[in-house]
Design a protein around this ligand. Structure first.
Ligand code: UD1
Ligand code: UDP
Length: 364
């Protein structure tokens, strides 16, 4: 049985870390081939995750990153197809909603290789997001859809996707937070390195296209963050760093920008912050896992259950709104719903289902 996993961007490394481990626990009867598209390529966006999270070394690195959506996706499609023809896997496994996800899914279905999609069913209903297009197309190409939440499962039913293709397993990012939590506590020195005391700082991340590529929105976010009473640590995504330079913008004095950090350091920064401000999908959930309040710099979120539970507030990019919510956010009592993302066994459940499927319907 052979499963070929396609990944390429930071959040996919975190998700694949726990799923690859679960898959490989099946023993030698199940072989996983890892294909890294190269979408994220800086050492602190890629290699650090493979090293720290002991993700197996990729069998292929396609070295395709840094281009436009069309160019990246097209080049990935061509190269992944060649790998699939050479490897002839029984299933192709893709994660989330990046250009690497879509390229992997499309290359596989065109060769009639079944596709499994982890983190299926997420919708922002905002078609201007490149990720939304990637999600919808990948879900409709997939043969097996692993959903993290009730909402995701319902979204797929609403789009007419057959129920028997959908398995609600919980969220593999929750598994990762549980699995690596103790290791982060043991290994990370980030608080000492940055001279931070627990709950005496905020953590921010900003990288969404709609926030970084629009100078007006980016300026408004910085203006909002400028009002914080507590220092804000901002691990800067390379996309954001490049846009700040191109627009001649600088973070305000309240914001301390640092290079992107590894997952273990990120967990410690999240866990100990008084409040998280972000436009990241993964970081919104991790705030909840660590029971830290979260403000989301967007008008909508795919993770609607967080907002309903009272663990996340959508603040958009209006500086006054951000300022008010920053001030209120550190004072308020926040509520966190229970068990929104499963039991922490999503990776094992996915691996068990895939092993059964591989045995039931081998393609090669
Ligand atoms: C991508 C995903 C997004 C995800 C994010 C996670 C798509 C459409 N978007 O966005 O859903 O939330 O990854 O971080 O796939 N760059 C570097 N070094 C790197 C990586 C990127 O310099 O290691 C710079 C390059 O200029 C690149 C730009 O960042 O062109 C954007 O990278 P890209 O992978 O296209 O999109 P992200 O914004 O990272
Ligand atoms: N992350 C990290 N270091 C950072 C920023 C994020 O390890 O400097 C982790 C974060 O903890 C989460 C994942 O990267 O596990 C989320 O990735 P990102 O925000 O880039 O993408 P998204 O989830 O929005 O697709």
């Amino acid at each position: 049985m052979k499963i070929l996993t396609v990944l390429g961007a930071r959040p996919q490394f975190v998700k694949a870390a726990v799923v690859s481990r679960a898959l490989r626990a099946n023993g030698p009867a199940l072989v996983e081939i890892l294909v890294h598209t190269g979408q994220h390529y800086d050492a602190d966006m890629s290699r650090v995750f493979f090293d720290e999270l002991t993700i197996p070394h990729p069998d292929y690195n396609l070295g395709i990153g840094g281009g436009t959506h069309g160019r990246n996706t097209g080049r990935m499609l061509e190269r992944i197809e060649a790998v699939l023809i050479a490897e002839r896997p029984d299933w192709v496994l893709v994660y989330g909603d990046t250009d690497s996800t879509l390229a992997g899914a499309l290359a596989a279905v065109k060769l009639q290789i079944p596709v499994a999609h982890i983190e299926a069913g997420l919708r922002s209903f905002n078609r201007r997001m490149p990720e939304e297009i990637n999600r919808v197309l990948t879900d409709h190409a997939a043969d097996l859809l692993f959903t993290p939440t009730n909402t995701a499962t319902r979204n797929l039913a609403d789009e007419g996707i057959e129920e028997d293709k959908v398995r609600q397993t919980g969220d593999v990012m929750y598994d990762a937070a549980l699995y690596y939590g103790a290791r982060a506590k043991r290994c990370s020195r980030i608080l000492e390195l940055l001279g931070l005391a627990p709950r005496r700082y905020l953590l921010a991340t900003v990288h969404r296209t709609e926030n970084t590529d629009d100078p007006v929105r980016l300026r408004r976010i910085l203006a909002g963050l400028a009002t914080s009473g507590l220092p804000i640590i901002l691990p800067l995504h390379p996309r954001t760093r490049k846009r700040l330079a191109a627009f001649g913008l600088e973070p305000p004095p309240t914001v301390r920008s640092v290079e992107p950090v590894g997952y273990l350091d990120m967990m410690m920064l999240e866990k100990n912050s008084a409040l998280i401000v972000t436009d990241s999908g993964g970081v919104q959930k991790e705030a909840y896992f660590h029971q830290v309040p979260c403000l989301t710099l967007r008008e909508e979120t795919e993770w609607v259950e967080l907002v309903r539970a009272g663990a996340n507030r959508l603040v958009g990019t209006d500086p006054e709104m951000i300022a008010n919510e920053l001030e209120k956010g550190v004072r308020d009592d926040w509520t966190f719903g229970m068990d929104l993302y499963g039991n922490g066994d999503a990776a094992k459940r996915i691996s068990d289902i895939l092993s059964r499927e591989c045995t039931a319907s081998p393609v090669s």
